[in-house]
Design a protein around this ligand. Sequence first.
Ligand code: NAP
Length: 446
Amino acid sequence: MQHILDAILAGDTATEDFANLDLPESYKAVTVHKDEVDMFEGIPSKEKDPRKSLHVEDVALPELGPGEAYVAVMASAINYNTVWTSIFEPVSTFGFLERYGRLSELTKRHDLPYHVVGSDLSGVVLKTGAGVTKWKAGDRVVAHCLSVEMESADGHNDSMLDPEQRIWGFETNFGGLAHIALVKSNQLMPKPEHLTWEESASPGLVNSTAYRQLVSKNGGQMKQGDNVLIWGASGGLGGFATQYALNGGATPICVVSNEEKAEICRKMGAELIINRSEENWKFWNDEGTEQNPKEWLRLGKKIRELTGGEDIDIVFEHPGRETFGASVFVTRKGGTITTCASTTGYMHEYDNRYLWMNLKRIVSSHFANYRESWEANRLIAQGKIHPTLSRTYTLDQVGQAALDVHHNKHQGKVGVLALSPEEGLGVINTELREKHLDKINAFRGI
Ligand SMILES: NC(=O)c1ccc[n+]([C@@H]2O[C@H](COP(=O)([O-])OP(=O)(O)OC[C@H]3O[C@@H](n4cnc5c(N)ncnc54)[C@H](OP(=O)(O)O)[C@@H]3O)[C@@H](O)[C@H]2O)c1
């Protein structure tokens, strides 16, 4: 791989030279193994250790199909989906790969005894498959993680509705935590040139998700003046939701669990911040069987205290079972609860009287279509939304990186260097970087 890295680091390698680079037969990748899916059986979720299940090893380079591209990965990032994959919850991802493998002769490639994980990347296109015209070897790119076949009519208004919609590196193989990734060319987007490789790789999945969930017509349709309650407001998704609320003239009410996270939200420009550790709400009894509406009321009062008596227009939901009852309660008449996840449990309970009598809406959201991802990446490239990368690990340390996220010991996003030999490389537009450097550093907690 050294010759590929040298070509990238040289900075002036011509397209045809990139296209002529010899590709290796195998490459270094982070995997989970099919014969280990039962390794954590009987162990409580929090004790399942990604350092035991994630392997860093050489795997064979898959065949390049039509409409696809190989990308030399300079950097990637940890998403919660890598945590789910590594602890084999709620289901093992090998089921996804088996189903995908049954779709066609070509997709059989994905059904292997190992799964190369990872749903973010920044890097350089090495080779494109038949029919690709928009991208070429040498292009500096990031990739969003929507993989769609688009053979059915259903996806043609919104590709997230394609029946064969998958999250690359989670429901497909050959993901971004590796030296080479296999993507569909319609996952590619231009790398924001004022950012380093690791900064530009880190927003991908969560930034696009937050954009659709909060801003898009397919999600919360946030407008200026809205009060937006954001759980985990400095976290992976929340750090972008907070920025979108502020950019769009809304008022974020940020919920975080410690002062350090509160400070990041303040640096982003948020003023209304709740430290949930101090509030210590007990939405559920100790057995986790019954909720306490008085605690929902306590959250509602706190929100009114902060907003001068106003309620919430949009709740940015993802913790799920733990908070969902409270989220439905505190939303104003006619307001919206947007949900994209259930980190604390997917069997939600809420009092439906508060929903229907007050004409509230629950809007489901999942990742983003190409257009929404493009828009989210464009805002990063323009310096209107900034990365929230707090720490970067090497590929060999990926188990520890996933453990940090699993145990909520991280801040913002956690990056991973793939081919890039060190942090700080990859910036081309130094002028734009200089213009936004204070914010870039502040949002990264530097
Ligand atoms: N559907 C999709 O397309 C999609 C996309 C991205 C992520 N997701 C899912 O969304 C979830 C969050 O992802 P993420 O990347 O934002 O993870 P993250 O970086 O871990 O951030 C989540 C934050 O939620 C807060 N939180 C955790 N437990 C909580 C609780 N019991 N009550 C209130 N807040 C709690 C924590 O912030 P504080 O400690 O500061 O409160 C945590 O940092 C994951 O389940 C992930 O799989 C779904």
